[in-house]
Every structure is written in C-alpha cells, then in structure tokens.
Design a protein around this ligand. Structure first.
Ligand SMILES: NC(=O)c1ccc[n+]([C@@H]2O[C@H](COP(=O)([O-])OP(=O)(O)OC[C@H]3O[C@@H](n4cnc5c(N)ncnc54)[C@H](O)[C@@H]3O)[C@@H](O)[C@H]2O)c1
Length: 272
C-alpha cells in the first residue's frame, strides 16, 4: 500500500529534473499524476518512466504563467483522474547576471515564471480544495533564504515564494480549510537548470573562481559537482530523487500537522 493511494496530484515542470522525479515518486506511492510542462518531449519521457513502473499518469502542456490555463488544468485533471488534492508548484527558471547589467525584462520574466505561477497555482488549488482538503508544495530554494552574487532576481523570486507560502498556509488554516501549504528549499541539485539558464552567473565571479567552475567543455558549461563540493558540507550535489522524497512526505498524511513551513534539503549548505 502506498502513502498516496487514491490521491490525485498535479506537478508542474514535470518534464525535467525535480518535477520529473517528483511525478515519478508520487506515482510510485499510489497517486494518479497529472504531469504538466511547456516541454512536450520531456513530458513524454516522464510519462513513459511512470508507466513502465506501473504508475498512473496523464500529461498536459501548460505554461504556468498563463492564468486561464490553470482552470483548464484543474478541470481536465478532475474530469480524467478525479479531484486533485496535491499540487506541486515546481516549474521554474533561473536567470543569472550582475545587478548593474540586469535588464528589467529579465527581472520581470524571472518573477513571472517563479512567483506569479506559484500565486496562480496556489489560488486555483485553494479555490478547489476547500472542501476536500489538500497539500500544496511550492519549490523555493536555499536561494530563498540567503543572498547570492549573480542571482539577485532568482533569490528575490524564491524569497517571495517562501513568504507567499506562509501567508497562504495561515489563510487556509484560519478559514478552517484542511489545506496545508509548505515550501521546499533544495540546495545544489544536479538537474538541467544549471546548464539552461544560470551559466551567466559565472560572469559575475572573479575569473579564477569562474574557471574553476567551468565544465569539461569550457566556460559555457557549469561544473555542478565542483560548485556543490565547495558549497555543501556533504561535498556533492543532491539528486532530484532526494527532493522528491520530501515532496511525497509533505503530500502525505504523515505531514498532517505541518503547514507554513520551509523544508531545507541541501547537504548541510545552510548549516554553516
Ligand atoms: N536544481 C537545483 O539546484 C534547484 C535548487 C533549488 C531550487 N530549484 C527549483 O526546483 C524547481 C525545478 O528545477 P529543476 O532543477 O528541476 O529545473 P529543470 O530546468 O530541470 O526543470 C524545470 C522545468 O520547468 C519547466 N518550465 C520552465 N518554464 C515553464 C513555464 N513557463 N511553464 C511550465 N513549465 C515551465 C521546464 O520546461 C522544465 O521542464 C525550480 O523551481 C527550481 O528553481 C532547483
């Protein structure tokens, strides 16, 4: 018997990295999963992995910044899988760069994808889970707990997710809705996000440090293992599955008294 038998979960950004691992882990514990993303190929791979291990999954193309799409995602999920009571607001991007060179459009894009989406998803979930209860899990980061050179917009977005989560949790509890809302704060996890959009962060570092973090193909590739070795006492990057396990816990009744809290999984990075 799984921890989530009979439950229905929506996972955004499920075509890659932590979202994919979470969709797989939720399904492994018995949840029927609606996996959404803008990346259709990624979703196909996620669905194939879940189906191969006997899990139940459907996929939907969703841009999390599109307000109207949220109603469609909840309606389709309820119609095809049953009423969702778990939402993982995972989709995100990281836009790096020095503040003095940062454009307003990059800033707004960072907030739109990482913050507006979490508001839209949480609002949709709260409207629909009032009677059933549920668990909303928002992906923040250690970057939402402390500042980082070259990552000001990303840190700001993840700090916003942290406090929005707490506010939503208090609002749900005060209304008497059994909806728990928590944030998860990964450290350095080995996923494609580092190569996709953070690379420019090295541009804000002293040359020697940037060179140390370059991957085998040079400055355009970030060596995530080297980055984690320097930053985390456990001296390695985390695996997406290590975040997914926390997400399953928070989705389950094992976390029935946990709400408005931040769950840090970072190999000890913020312990010193
Ligand atoms: N990897 C890390 O080290 C790390 C650390 C802390 C927090 N996080 C957070 O975890 C979450 C997942 O990151 P990841 O590392 O798995 O990254 P990833 O790049 O592997 O996956 C992110 C997914 O989000 C999707 N996405 C991006 N914009 C979208 C949009 N507008 N609509 C729908 N989907 C969209 C992408 O297509 C991708 O599949 C993000 O919120 C990220 O900020 C990651």
């Amino acid at each position: 018997m799984g921890l989530l038998d009979g439950r229905v979960a929506i996972v955004t950004g499920a075509g890659s990295g932590i979202g994919r691992a979470s969709a797989e882990a939720l399904a492994r514990d018995g949840a029927a999963v609606m996996a959404t993303d803008i990346d259709q190929d990624g979703l196909t791979q996620t669905a194939a992995a879940i189906e191969a291990s006997g899990g139940k999954v459907l996929t939907l193309r969703q841009d999390v910044t599109d307000e109207a799409a949220w109603d469609a995602v909840f309606d389709t999920t309820a119609e095809k899988l049953g009423p969702p009571t778990i939402l993982v607001n995972n989709a995100g991007i990281a836009v790096g760069g020095a503040i003095v060179d940062f454009s307003l459009s990059d800033w707004k894009r960072q907030m739109e994808v990482n913050v507006d989406s979490v508001f839209l998803g949480t609002r949709a979930a709260m409207r629909r889970m009032k009677d059933t209860g549920g668990s909303i899990i928002n992906l923040s980061s250690v970057a939402g707990l402390r500042g980082s050179a070259g990552l000001s917009a990303y840190c700001t977005s993840k700090g916003a997710v942290r406090l929005f989560t707490k506010s939503a949790a208090v609002e749900c509890a005060q209304q008497g809705w059994n909806i728990r809302v928590n944030s998860v704060h990964p450290g350095i996890i080995d996923t494609p996000i580092w190569q996709k959009s953070i690379t420019r962060v090295t541009e804000t570092m002293p040359a020697a440090q940037a060179a140390m973090l370059a991957g085998p193909t040079g400055a355009n590739e970030l060596n995530v293992a080297a980055l984690a070795t320097g930053a985390a006492p456990m001296a390695r990057p985390g695996r997406p599955e290590e975040i997914a396990d926390m997400i399953v816990f928070l989705a389950s009744d094992k976390a029935s008294y946990a709400t408005g809290q931040e769950f840090i999984i970072d190999g000890g990075m913020t312990a010193r």
